[in-house]
Design a protein around this ligand. Structure first.
Ligand code: NAD
Ligand code: ZN
Ligand code: ZN
Length: 413
């Protein structure tokens, strides 16, 4: 089969590799019909995560048709059309029992990414995300092996297109969990740092839940303009407004927003010192977005962090967080917990995640997809790959269609 594989920093290729096979009684083999490139894949692409080998298959946002099932798989059958969560969870352990699926303590044979871990077990395995997370081959491929198929894959109705449901695998639940963690609703204010796919999904969910005012911070005009048009956010361009948190404080009666969402993570731009120190591995992460979140949030408010962090940050300003009495919530998304309700919201037309797709390509074109998503070229918001070839239609998605342009402020987000 063909698959997108890692060969080094900014070197991914579409190679011919062996087809996956059932290895465990709870595995399925999926024929992938649509798969997306995630901001988390960019951390790998940029060589920022260790434990990747040449030839590893990437990709953790995918869906398709069940081709083969292991002897103990009861939840799905051959021929079912399913979306697969990026988190691999057993459904039975201490954490799965508490619906903390990304903390599943049985699926990850790798060490995870905790530096001061002691003897604690690793959190869940993830598809296509290095040996730290179990070394499970990813889904940017013609076929993929899906372990724990009784807990992960969710059947989707034929009436919904691939484009409509694909993001249930990751970024839609991630944006939704970020907003739920932020604990905001009608009449409240929110700042979302990062207008990438995760930030956009958070904005869509915040609007759906009635959040009154949403500031959004980025330095790509085209992403901010899209978010303003579709989600009514108030854009802050951080190359022009030097201190977005200061601007937010001034515009919220000198209090700050009820909550902030950091949809950027450890590669945040804006601090030259931290960028240099992280490159030299003297610093684990850039704390720029996190510091801005702490500064922009009112006393007693919440900082919700879907953006990925790794290792330590010296400039964390924990004292400011203490003085303000902030609550922090963060982590990998418990995708399995949120998928069913989000599928319903898509079916009811309350959410239209597909409008953020800017590029649909075949798997063979994936190398260009990585490049333009990484470099933010060609106004790239989100790339969807169709391993089935150019004839595979993921459904109408383009945000620039007549239908989308004519959407009014009350239309679904
Ligand atoms: P992306 O790279 O497309 O978007 C990030 C955006 O942040 C970009 O538009 C960039 O310009 C902007 N940015 C950079 N520095 C900034 C700063 N200082 N202030 C404000 N904006 C800044 O990626 P994405 O797909 O939207 O993903 C965002 C983050 O979410 C990544 O870290 C990704 O790994 C993470 N993620 C986490 C989960 C989870 O389970 N928690 C799931 C999916 C993605
Ligand atoms: Zn992802
Ligand atoms: Zn478990």
């Amino acid at each position: 089969m063909r698959a997108l594989t890692y060969h080094g920093t900014q070197d991914v290729r579409v190679d011919t590799v062996a087809d996956p096979k059932i290895q465990d009684a709870q595995d399925i083999i999926l024929r992938v019909t649509a798969t997306a490139i995630c901001g988390s894949d960019l951390h790998l692409y940029r060589g920022k995560m260790p434990a990747l080998d040449e030839g590893d298959i990437l990709g953790h946002e995918f869906m398709g048709i069940v081709e083969d099932v292991g002897s103990q798989v009861t939840a799905v059958r051959k021929g079912d059309r399913v979306v697969v969560p990026f988190v691999i969870a057993c459904g039975d352990c201490f954490f799965c029992g508490r619906k903390l699926f990304s903390a599943c303590e049985t699926t990850n044979t790798g060490p995870g990414a905790i530096m001061n871990k002691k003897d604690a077990r690793s959190g869940a395995a993830l598809f296509g995300y290095t040996k730290l997370y179990g070394g499970i081959p990813g889904g940017q491929a013609d076929y993929v092996r899906v372990p724990q198929a009784n807990t992960g894959p969710m059947k989707v109705p034929d009436a919904l297109t691939d484009a409509q449901v694909l993001f249930l695998s990751d970024i839609l639940p991630t944006g939704y969990q970020a907003v739920i963690n932020a604990d905001v609703g009608p009449g409240q204010t929110l700042a979302i740092f990062g207008a990438g796919p995760v930030g956009l999904m958070a904005a869509a969910c915040a609007r759906m839940l009635g959040v009154e005012r949403i500031f959004m911070i980025d330095h790509h005009d085209y992403r901010l303009a899209f978010a303003k048009e579709h989600y009514g956010i108030e854009p802050i361009h951080f190359d022009r407004v030097e201190d977005p948190a200061g601007f937010i404080i001034e515009n919220t009666a000198h209090r700050g927003v009820d909550a902030s969402i950091d949809a950027v993570g450890f590669e945040a731009k804006g601090s030259t010192i931290e960028t240099v120190l992280t490159t030299l591995k003297l610093e684990g992460s850039s704390g720029q977005a996190l510091r801005q979140c702490i500064a922009a949030t009112r006393r007693g408010g919440v900082v919700s962090v879907p953006g990925v962090y790794a290792g330590f940050i010296h400039g964390f300003l924990f004292g400011d967080a203490f003085e303000k009495g902030l609550t922090f919530k963060m982590g990998q998304t418990h995708v399995q917990r949120l998928m069913p309700e989000l599928l319903e919201m898509i079916g009811e037309g309350q959410l239209r995640p597909e409008i953020i797709i800017s590029h649909q390509m075949t798997l063979e074109e994936a190398v260009r997809g990585y490049k333009i998503f990484d470099q933010k070229e060609d106004d790239c918001r989100k790339v969807v790959l169709t391993p089935g070839g150019p004839s595979t239609v993921v459904g109408e998605f383009a945000a620039d269609t007549e239908r989308t342009r004519s959407m009014d402020a009350t239309a679904p987000v």
